[in-house]
Write a protein that binds this ligand. Structure first.
Ligand code: NDP
Ligand code: PMR
Length: 363
């Protein structure tokens, strides 16, 4: 019952938040409350144009499943922002995506130059931007030594957080310009970054500490390749990066939601134990992890189901509330979940934002 009730709250608040932009950037309230393809404006009912969504890491796993779910509605053009162009094209074909519903634009999040280049290339395409999904990630649990991005940041945090931080900051301007009724910026989080859960208490636990390693540049030259200044641990670096993703979403919300009307959200889509995320884990883990999640924790979700969940966060009017971390219960009903103390600490979010701005060259 409690879950049901909380999942209804966003549906109520969305009535207040759904807005449509009129000429000259003036926004007016609308009364649309259902997922129809028309919106009411003071003038007349208009058919909603096809939306454009950018999904990073859409060449496999959750990103691909979400791209497929959105493309097959026929209401979205999906920009697959991927580091391997051919892999992305093949992936789109393999799931039967129709050519007219997607494009691939190269993006390597482990290079800030590439992020800037991607933004320019996207702008040159002339498409508006209605939703951005920061989904790509790397997980390096067996690495003994850190590896680094083109700019010298530890690879997990550099890719999963800093690359996305720059991308989202640059593309916020494009989201602002869009006349789409509900513009959304989504950053994928995870349960394993939240120490208020059993999964988040499996060592090594996420812990950003006082961010001294990040302040030092996360490289070999200064203090440490870890955000808290500690010894390198690949599994921890990934969990730390997910905390950064969830903190960043909330800081975006605090800084920009009121001014821009953009919805900022994060989510835990469920444990998608079959994806490429675990590609560098030991073989025994890759064999045992899916049945462990299916039969023991019961947290398992298929790639297809996870894609439908993330697609809901992109389009569903009942998931239009900003500043929220979404999860799904056993019946696949969405609810607004609680983040851990660290992943919801506003002071840490502010500090993370300011340090990240410096590292990516925005401040
Ligand atoms: P996958 O490995 O299947 O997908 C990750 C994607 O990120 C791939 O397409 C990969 O590209 C891309 N990627 C990696 N590095 C870069 C880079 N430098 N530049 C551009 N793209 C890059 O994993 P998942 O689908 O599982 O992960 C997707 C998201 O879901 C992640 O944010 C992860 O943290 C999150 N998540 C996953 C869970 C799970 O159980 N699997 C649970 C909770 C959250 P390529 O195909 O070229 O390798
Ligand atoms: Mg976890 C309710 C229990 C639960 C859930 C939902 C997950 C999700 N895990 C749970 C419990 C446990 N895990 C327990 C009890 C153990 C100890 C046996 C355990 C172990 C474990 C390992 C070794 N789990 C893992 C790993 C990984 O390497 C994965 C990881 O941490 O990636 C960062 C992982 C995960 N468990 C999850 C989820 C969703 C993951 C993977 C990915 C992610 O957070 O993105």
């Amino acid at each position: 019952m409690a879950l049901q009730a909380s999942s209804l709250l966003p549906a109520l608040s969305v009535r207040k938040e759904r807005r449509v932009r009129l000429g000259g950037g003036v926004r007016a309230q609308t009364t649309t409350t259902s997922p129809s393809t028309t919106v009411s404006s003071p003038d007349a009912k208009k058919t909603l144009r096809k939306g454009t969504v950018i999904i990073t890491g859409a060449s496999s796993g959750l990103g691909l499943a979400t791209a497929k779910a959105l493309a097959e509605t026929g209401k979205w053009h999906v920009i697959m922002a991927c580091r391997d162009f051919l892999k992305a094209e093949r992936a789109a074909k393999s799931v039967g995506m129709n050519k007219e519903n997607y494009s691939v634009i190269h993006l390597d999040l482990a290079s800030l130059d590439s992020v800037r280049q991607f933004t320019d290339n996207f702008r040159r395409s002339g498409r508006p931007l209605d939703a951005l999904v920061c989904n790509a990630a790397v997980y390096l649990p067996t690495a003994k030594e850190p590896t680094f991005t083109a700019d010298g940041f530890e690879l997990s945090v550099g890719t999963n957080h800093l690359g996305h931080f720059l991308l989202a900051r640059l593309l916020l301007d494009d989201l602002k310009k869009s006349d789409y009724p509900s513009r959304r910026l989504i950053i994928v989080g995870s349960i394993t970054g939240n120490t208020n859960t059993l999964a988040g208490n499996v060592p090594p636990k996420a812990d950003l500490g006082d961010l001294r390693g990040l302040a030092g540049g996360l490289n070999r030259l200064n203090t440490s390749s870890m955000i808290n200044g500690g010894e390198f641990d690949g599994a921890k670096a990934y969990k730390d990066s997910k905390v950064c993703n969830m903190l960043t979403m909330q800081e975006f919300h605090r800084r920009f939601h009121e001014e821009t009307g953009v919805t900022f959200a994060s989510l835990y889509p469920g444990c998608i134990a079959t994806t490429g995320l675990f590609r560098s884990h030991i073989p025994l883990f890759r064999i045992l992890f899916p049945p462990f999640q299916k039969y023991i924790t019961k947290g398992f979700v298929s790639e297809e189901e996870s894609g439908k969940r993330l697609a809901q966060v992109v389009t569903d009017p009942s998931l239009g509330k900003s500043g929220v971390y979404w999860s799904w219960n056993k019946d696949s009903a969405s609810f607004q979940n609680q983040l851990s103390e660290e992943a919801s600490d506003p002071e840490k979010a502010r500090k993370l934002w300011e340090l990240s701005e410096k590292l990516v060259g925005l401040a």
